[in-house]
Design a protein around this ligand. Structure first.
Ligand SMILES: NC(=O)c1ccc[n+]([C@@H]2O[C@H](COP(=O)([O-])OP(=O)(O)OC[C@H]3O[C@@H](n4cnc5c(N)ncnc54)[C@H](O)[C@@H]3O)[C@@H](O)[C@H]2O)c1
Length: 180
């Protein structure tokens, strides 16, 4: 499927984002490492309270949204969002393993001109010192060939007043071009 946006992680953050993008008539591919979640979404059963299954089915039928466990991106992709879990370890330090694996996949598929947006919760310095080196290593590109931004998600699941469209959000680019 042609997809202009690819979103890693189809949970509380990534799935509503994918639905909102698809409803704007932009083709989006949601990638998740949990095959049961992918099957559930493909079958039109919403795995999260925030998203009604009827709405999910309507968006699936629109042809603007697809999901996969496979991290192959189509040539048409120009934006990658990373919305994977970043829990704390038993020692209270960030567990970046899911972020690392999604970033490696993104790096392998990165082409000049693409924008990568990190939406997962991470500590200061992680975009510059952890994400960027992985993207550069696996793509063979350098910052400037592609764009990297951090925009932490602020979603408050099942809040009926504040949602994806009306919650103010911070956007920080590694470079001015990436922020713009
Ligand atoms: N849920 C919230 O209220 C909320 C609010 C603000 C920020 N955040 C942050 O957003 C991030 C995502 O949280 P969430 O609540 O959506 O998590 P979630 O557990 O609901 O969903 C994450 C999804 O990512 C998938 N995943 C894990 N590793 C993957 C990989 N390598 N590639 C592709 N998919 C992978 C999981 O299978 C899961 O379906 C976290 O950093 C979290 O701290 C969450």
């Amino acid at each position: 499927m042609f997809s202009e946006v690819v979103i890693f992680g189809q949970g509380y953050v990534g799935l509503p984002l994918a639905i909102a993008i698809a409803k704007s008539n932009i083709k989006v591919l949601g990638i998740d490492s949990d095959i049961r979640r992918i099957d559930q979404i493909k079958n039109g059963i919403s795995p999260i309270e925030d998203l009604d299954s009827d709405e999910l089915n309507r968006v699936l039928e629109s042809g603007f949204f697809n999901v996969s466990e496979n991290d192959y991106f189509h040539i048409s992709t120009n934006v990658i969002c990373i919305c994977v879990p970043t829990p704390l370890t038993k020692f209270g330090t960030p567990d970046l393993s899911a972020l690392e694996s999604a970033t490696i996949s993104a790096g392998k598929n990165l082409r000049p001109g693409m924008l990568v947006i990190i939406e997962s919760t991470i500590q200061p310095g992680t975009t510059r010192n952890f994400i960027l080196p992985i993207l550069e290593k696996y793509s063979g590109l350098v910052s400037g060939d592609f764009f990297l931004a951090f925009s932490p998600e602020r979603v408050d699941p099942i809040n009926k007043i504040w949602g994806l469209k009306n919650t103010p959000k911070l956007v920080a680019g590694l470079t001015v071009d990436a922020a713009n």
